[in-house]
Design a protein around this ligand. Structure first.
Ligand code: HDE
Length: 702
């Protein structure tokens, strides 16, 4: 008699509970202890989850097999539409703690009491790629925060870049269509390096400021934990007296900012497409909770009037040198979701989720978003009751007369389902509260109905230039390299030329560098500008990453070891990292690990080709004599050293590692970031040096 798959599978698996039919048709009683009984969705206990009901062992399947049909039907419907943008994301729970109450600025309940904690859920994302795309695309990162306040949910749906590509929401479908896979080919995936994107951009001068940011290191962050977040638009804060001020929201990471270099990003995407997810998961699971300060730039109508640009224009920012960003609270992420789908996939952020004390401005992009987010949740989540899902439900009392619809699982009781009614306080249901309730600031508005951009939105180049001149030479070089890389992927020469024409309105040197990189001898004339580009805006240090202080806290050291590696040195490196605190992972010829100099066994987290140096912020080559010789014949070991060097990383090394380093093409004379590890005491010195994160002075880096 033929063996059923069940009989093979059972040997290796824990015994399922319940009864099942054996090969000979006899009924076995299998272990029940400790297991719950498997049931259908209707609660019917399941006897056999391995075999479909058939007419005879080799006969046709029967329609009456309700368990098979229910199981398969549910599987067929497991997916919901992925987000049309920001499809790939990763979320975490935490809280917002108010540090400085600001009742003079806003009556928003969450800002009234120092030390009060408001539950939060945050979802980070890339924009262009599909749900299964890789983490280190060159792209904007979403930074969406849901705060479950006592007066309703406040969603601050921001990005890691403080400006945007377009000034009017009506252009959003166009910019997104242009960046996503081309509709005929269905590629490229998660990349802006293609003709459609640059065609649209080169025809859309208002995107130039954003383009400088997206071509900068901001678009290839090292981790979600090391990036800033921005609300982008100007919002309003309103206090209890009804006085209002404008506000821009900033999230500043406690661990500082850090990005990878492009060559590293490309390799990370192959080595670990989930690099950012894994980083967040590991950090939170290890109790190293990422943290951001919420900082506010607030200003009044007078400032808005006097500022060089329109505060309603989302392609502009307000330099922090002009309006400082003042910290009022902190966001801490301390818990990963238990179920990715239920929480991260089903979370519905909506820009119109605001609370009394916070209001919109007339930024046309924000106004358009207020329509789009509700609409998109209906499509994604399938009905109007997505607010009933635990991840979306407010954590404050909710009383209203909205009823029924798909999947309504909080249903009002009693007779009253309208208001006003005369049924009295007990059964008549909730009533309005003019004191506590959200009331819109009576901002006057007038004028003819038009489709027109304000004149005050016309300057598209001045802040693009300001961003560029605020960068260090290394960062400027990266912007030039990124533009050359992306435009080299454009097959249509006219698109490249149009971009060069725009770049001339931003910075002559940058235009020349990009033209050289493209092999374009002659620069085209500068693009026509709707407003004369200004060259007098002063550099703003806050716009640069590399002008900020650095630290190795929360970073990762990779130690490559072989048999015979110095046990004391490995221990000293681990201890020095722990004291920062930073994380250490061991890479070895096999994942089973190595035998150290003292005879002890050290287990590895990675086999050498599964743990390339691009996954680490700094590396140490702690090799023993014999093992080192063997590594010379292992190409991934050479790449490990060569990439660490090319990516400007700090490299600690024992003497036995020198032949490998030489074979990998590293210079025979160590530079200042190649630190000899002669004795255990050198470990602390090495890790101290690692705080600089990269040694940019290396002449032949990536
Ligand atoms: Fe979004 N955006 N967006 N966006 N956006 C969405 O909503 C939209 C914009 C941002 O992790 C969608 O739930 C329009 C700016 C983030 O779930 C959709 C416009 C900023 C997320 C949508 C913009 C953002 C989204 C798709 C131009 C930074 C991910 C799925 C007017 C301030 C939220 C969804 C998450 C998601 C529309 C521009 C941030 C379609 C129409 C500017 C972080 O509603």
């Amino acid at each position: 008699m033929a063996r059923t798959p069940r009989s093979k599978a059972r040997a290796a698996q824990p015994a399922p509970q319940g009864t099942h039919r054996g090969e000979g048709g006899e009924t076995h009683q299998v272990a029940q202890e400790g297991y719950l009984t498997l049931t259908t969705q209707q609660g019917t206990p399941v006897a056999d989850d391995q075999n479909t009901l058939t007419q005879g062992r080799r006969g046709p399947a029967l329609m009456e097999d309700f368990h098979f049909r229910e199981k398969m039907f549910h599987f067929d419907h497991e997916r919901i539409p992925e987000r049309v943008v920001h499809a790939r994301g990763y979320g975490a729970h935490g809280y917002f703690e108010t540090l400085t109450p600001i009742p003079e600025l806003t009556k928003a309940d969450l800002f009234q009491r120092a030390g009060e904690k408001t539950p939060a859920f945050v979802r980070f994302s890339t924009v262009a790629g599909n749900k299964g795309s890789f983490d280190l695309a060159r792209d904007v990162r979403g930074f969406a925060v849901k705060l479950y306040t006592q007066e309703g949910n406040w969603d601050l749906v921001g990005n890691n870049i403080p400006v945007f590509f377009i000034q009017d929401a009506i252009k959003f479908p166009d910019i997104i269509h242009s960046v996503k896979q081309e509709p005929d080919k269905a590629f490229p995936q998660a990349q802006s390096a293609h003709d459609n994107f640059w065609d649209f951009i080169s025809l859309t001068p208002e995107s130039m400021h954003m383009i400088m940011w997206v071509m900068s290191d901001r678009a290839i962050p090292r981790s979600f934990r090391f990036m800033e977040g921005f609300g982008v638009h100007t919002f309003r804060l309103v206090n209890a007296e009804g006085r209002s001020r404008f506000v821009k929201f900033h999230w500043k990471p406690k661990l500082g900012l850090q990005s990878v270099v492009w060559n590293e990003a490309v390799k990370i995407n192959g080595a670990d497409p989930d690099f950012h997810r894994r980083d967040l998961w590991n950090a939170i699971k290890a109790g190293d909770f990422p943290e951001w300060e919420l900082c506010l730039q607030t200003f009044d109508e007078d400032f808005a009037e006097s500022f060089d640009f329109d505060i309603l224009d989302p392609t502009k920012l307000i330099p922090e040198e002009l309006v400082p960003a003042v910290a009022v609270g902190r966001l801490v992420l301390d818990r990963m979701p238990e179920n990715f789908f239920a929480e991260t996939e089903q979370v519905a952020f909506m820009t119109h989720n605001i609370v009394p004390g916070i209001e919109f401005s007339n930024d046309p992009l924000l106004q358009g978003r207020n329509f789009s987010y509700l609409d998109t949740q209906l499509k994604r989540l399938g009905g109007p009751n997505f607010t009933h899902l635990p991840i979306n439900a407010p954590k404050c009392p909710v009383h209203h007369f909205q009823q029924d619809g798909h999947m309504a699982f909080h249903n009002p009781r009693g007779r009253a389902n309208y208001e006003p009614n005369s049924w009295g306080p007990k059964i008549g249901g909730p009533r309005e509260d003019p004191q506590r309730g959200f009331s819109t600031l009576p901002e006057p508005a007038d004028g003819p109905k038009v489709r027109a951009r304000p004149e005050s939105f016309a300057d598209h180049y001045s802040q693009a230039r300001q961003f560029y001149v605020s960068q260090t030479p290394v960062e400027q070089r990266h912007i030039g390299d990124a533009l050359v890389f992306e435009l080299s992927k454009c097959e249509v020469p006219a698109i490249r030329l149009r971009m060069l024409a725009h770049l001339q309105n931003i910075d002559d040197g940058l235009a020349r560098t990009v033209a050289d990189g493209l092999g374009e001898a002659d620069l085209p004339p500068a693009a026509d500008a709707a407003a004369e580009p200004r060259t007098d805006l002063p550099p703003s240090d806050a716009l640069s990453i590399l002008k900020r202080p650095t630290s190795f806290a929360g970073r990762k050291l990779g130690i490559l070891v072989t048999d015979g590696a110095d046990a004391e040195l490995v221990k000293a490196l681990e201890a020095a990292a722990l004291s920062i605190p930073a994380v250490v992972e061991i890479i070895a010829p096999t994942v089973g690990g190595v035998t150290l100099s003292d005879g002890s066994r050290l287990v590895a987290q990675h086999k050498i080709d599964g743990g390339p140096s691009v996954l680490f912020d700094a590396v140490a080559l702690v090799l023993g004599e014999e093992g080192a010789a063997k590594l010379l014949r292992v190409p991934p070991a050479r790449d490990f050293a060569a990439d660490a060097y090319a990516h400007y990383k700090f490299i600690g090394f024992t003497e036995a590692a020198l032949p490998l380093m030489q074979k990998a093409g590293l210079p025979p004379e160590p530079d200042a970031a190649m630190v000899p590890l002669k004795r255990p005491a050198d470990a602390a010195r090495f890790l101290k040096a690692c705080a600089a994160l990269r040694f940019w002075d290396r002449p032949d880096g990536a």
